[in-house]
Write a new protein. Sequence first.
Length: 86
Amino acid sequence: MDTPQELGEVCYVCKGRTRGGFVNFESVMKDGTPIIGIDTTPDRDFNVCDLCNIVVHFRCSMHPDLGYCDPCYAKVYEPKATGSSS
Ligand SMILES: [Zn+2]
Ligand SMILES: [Zn+2]
């Protein structure tokens, strides 16, 4: 069970397929209690935006570490950017 599930997610920016994803894992504790969870695969190269749930590559978003797509990042962190910069 080493192969990750193929979810076929598509990046909204470049329309390209994403790699990696989420896998279910099952385990059993010492006392016999089953554990079921979801983990991300090491080769995952995309985020699912926390706000709008769209899929975006790390490389296609400006702030992949925050878990937001660019439009949502702008909404959350850059309210009313007024004027022209530089
Ligand atoms: Zn992309
Ligand atoms: Zn978003």
